[in-house]
Design a binder for this molecule. Structure first.
Ligand code: 3SL
Length: 246
């Protein structure tokens, strides 16, 4: 019988250099809010989402037809961009048929850092079941990369990594302290996720900006069955045949 593939958790991009990822699937997690927002944009009909590192890079797309510039720094919309990073900004048809160019404090940076892996895939609670099925179907060595906050550990991404571990660990070899700890955090929090998240620094940051509804939205499970993957530098829907809107 072949050995199982591995499933590991990297709790911050600052630790990513410790993990060889060239042959691995890397699941980039930025539950609050970047990877949730990206899923919303694609679910709402955006052609693709191009993650970029800097504000300048994003601005270099200014004036291109059918391109939307979006993103935040410290949670606030960047001056000159069309939108910030709230999932609600990308609803109601505004991104249909458009290319979204997005830069965020941590999420887009984590994606760029993992670009040289076998495959980058992203998600959040809103595509949890589809994402976990996709990971199991791929069956490759997989690293769950938490975007954290400025290279520091954060609660929400680790809890989400723990949810993945808990639900699919039987299919993989899971043998690291970070995976064990992430799962424990998830098990401690799952009965009242919002209450648990109130203890996180990013909850306070976003609450200060008056966007608690964004947090509530980002914690809602299985709102979509899309799975965004990175292809040629842009996030596109991997499983478009399964997309309920097709
Ligand atoms: O850091 C990020 O990528 C963002 O998701 C942070 S924020 O929620 O938009 O403040």
């Amino acid at each position: 019988m072949p050995d199982k593939s591995t499933l590991e958790v990297c709790v911050t991009p600052g630790l990513l250099p410790l993990y060889p990822i060239d042959d691995k699937v890397v699941v980039v997690i930025d539950v609050l809010r970047a990877t949730t927002t990206m899923c919303v944009a694609l679910d709402q009909g955006a052609d693709k989402v191009i993650p970029v590192d800097t504000i300048e890079e994003c601005l270099s797309f200014t004036g291109k037809e059918n391109y939307i510039l979006a993103g935040e720094r410290n949670g606030r919309k960047v001056e000159g961009f069309h939108f910030g990073n709230s999932p609600f900004e990308f609803m109601d048809g505004v991104v249909k048929g458009k290319t979204l160019v997005l830069t965020t404090t941590n999420g887009t940076r984590a994606i760029k850092m993992a670009e040289h892996s076998y495959q980058v895939v992203i998600g959040g609670f809103l595509n949890f079941t589809a994402l976990t099925k996709w990971i199991v179907a791929e069956g490759r060595d997989t690293l769950l990369l938490c975007s954290g906050w400025r290279n520091k550990f954060n609660l929400e991404d680790t809890v989400f990594a723990g949810a993945i571990i808990h639900h699919i660990k039987e299919y993989f070899l899971v043998d690291s302290d970070s995976a064990f700890a992430a799962e424990k955090l998830y098990l401690n929090s799952r009965r009242n996720m919002l209450h648990f998240m109130k203890q996180s620094s990013h909850y306070r940051r976003l609450a200060h900006l008056g966007v608690v509804n964004d947090i509530k939205y980002c914690l809602r499970p299985d709102l979509t069955s899309i799975v965004p993957v990175l292809k040629n530098g842009a996030l596109v829907i991997a499983n478009s045949t399964k997309h309920p809107r097709n």
